[in-house]
Design a protein around this ligand. Structure first.
Ligand code: ZN
Length: 111
C-alpha cells in the first residue's frame, strides 16, 4: 500500500484549496481479494481530485466510498463530487490516504 501512497499527488494552494489524485491503480498493488461476484482479479482503483474513491471490476460492479471531513466519517455512497476543498496540504494527503485504506478494507470484506 505504501507504493500506492507514493503515487498520491497533492496540488493546489492555500487560497484555492488542495486536491489529490492518483493514476488508476491495479488490484495487485492494493492487495485486493478477488471479486465476490465474478472471482476476477483485475480490479482498478479510481478517483478524481477529491477523497472519493471507487473500485471497478471487469464484470461491471463498482464499490464507492469517500471520506467526509465534516463528520470525520466514511460515507459509503455513489457521490460524484464533493465541493469542500482542503486548506492544508498534509490534511488533504491524509484524507486521501484514509479514503484509499477504507475502500480497500471494504472491498476485502466483500461488502
Ligand atoms: Zn467482478
Amino acid at each position: 500500500m505504501e507504493k500506492v501512497f507514493k503515487k498520491l499527488r497533492v496540488s493546489g494552494d492555500k487560497t484555492q484549496g488542495f486536491y489529490g489524485s492518483v493514476d488508476i491503480v491495479k488490484s495487485s498493488e492494493l492487495g485486493l481479494k478477488c471479486c465476490p461476484l465474478c472471482r476476477g482479479e483485475n480490479q482498478e482503483l479510481h478517483n478524481t481530485t477529491t477523497p472519493i474513491y471507487w473500485i471497478t471490476c471487469g464484470c461491471g460492479i463498482e464499490l464507492h466510498s469517500y471520506y467526509s471531513d465534516e463528520s470525520g466519517a466514511f460515507i459509503d455512497a455513489d457521490i460524484a463530487h464533493i465541493s469542500d476543498p482542503f486548506f492544508s496540504k498534509e490534511h488533504c494527503f491524509e484524507a486521501h490516504k484514509e479514503a484509499i485504506e477504507h475502500i480497500v478494507k471494504k472491498w476485502n470484506r466483500g461488502e
